[in-house]
Write a protein that binds this ligand. Structure first.
Ligand code: SAM
Length: 257
């Protein structure tokens, strides 16, 4: 069993695969549109993305006129983000830093998207809330998402989260297989295998175990309230109304009190 709370090495080791399977997906588009709608609703101008990864939200929001900066703990992910600034003809520098401690300034909004806070322990997430609080303007907002623990525990939903997919990288085929289990502390452990195969040559196999701390919507509200925030709303990743066991990924919007 992997120890939870350590930043997965795979963000450095297999960051190219993370980018390959994540970019331009329907999931990515839906997520970014929802974030944008929320930013618009709260008249946000400046945003810091504390878990920017390869820059999915940063590039999307920059193109829509927001002033955006980004940081992440993983050099492997930041290397790809930097490469993308060249391709996108955008001049910006990403920072390497830990969302629990990084001090970057004062923003209208802070974001940590795509289950990023799941990598932290509960204590680490509370530390992050207090740190993000310090990096926000007076009535600044914090937006994040995380898989809903109640959804995963309901019926056989965990099986629906299994996946098998394939992408092409030049003349190489990359196949990803993943299944997960959940324990009684709400930690989801996902077992992922990547098969990288050039033509019909013998494939290279890379195995990863990633853990994510999941939360219920109620628990998130309680933690935010105890750490200086007022919860403005919670919804599904597509902006839909939050439903206890039906919503798979919860988006939470909290404001500095
Ligand atoms: C699933 S990726 C999401 C990246 C990006 N937001 C997106 O949607 O593509 C989660 C990111 O969180 C980052 N991360 C994990 N723990 C972190 C920490 N303590 N501080 C900053 N970044 C962290 C990882 O390096 C990874 O890039």
């Amino acid at each position: 069993m992997a120890r939870h709370g350590k930043i997965p090495n795979w963000y450095n080791k297999d960051s190219e695969f993370e980018e390959l399977f994540h970019k331009n997906t329907a999931n990515e588009k839906i997520t970014n549109r929802t974030i944008e709608k929320i930013l618009k609703k709260y008249k946000v101008k400046t945003v810091h993305d504390f878990t920017c990864g390869t820059g999915s939200q940063v590039f999307y929001l920059l193109k829509r006129g927001y002033q955006v900066t980004g940081s992440d703990i993983s050099p492997g992910m930041l290397k790809i983000a930097a490469r993308k600034t060249k391709a996108e003809k955008i001049k910006m520098q990403f920072l390497q830093g830990d969302m629990r401690t990084l001090n970057v300034g004062k923003f209208d909004a802070a974001i940590t998207i795509f289950n990023a806070i799941g990598h932290l322990t509960k204590a680490g997430f509370e530390k992050t809330m207090r740190n993000i609080y310090k990096n926000l303007n007076g009535d600044g907002i914090y937006i994040f998402d995380i898989i809903n623990l109640k959804y995963v525990l309901d019926k056989n939903n965990i099986v629906k989260m299994s996946l098998e997919r394939m992408e092409t990288l030049g003349d190489i085929k990359v196949r990803e297989l993943q299944h997960s289990i959940i324990d009684n502390t709400g930690i989801l452990t996902s077992y992922t295998t990547f098969y990288t195969q050039k033509g019909l040559e013998k494939p290279k196999v890379s195995k990863n175990i990633i853990t994510l701390q999941l939360y219920t919507a109620q628990e998130l509200r309680k933690m935010l309230t105890q750490n200086g925030f007022k919860v403005l709303g919670q919804c599904g990743i597509d902006g839909s109304e939050l439903k206890d066991t039906k919503t798979e990924r919860i988006v939470t919007i909290a404001q500095k009190k």
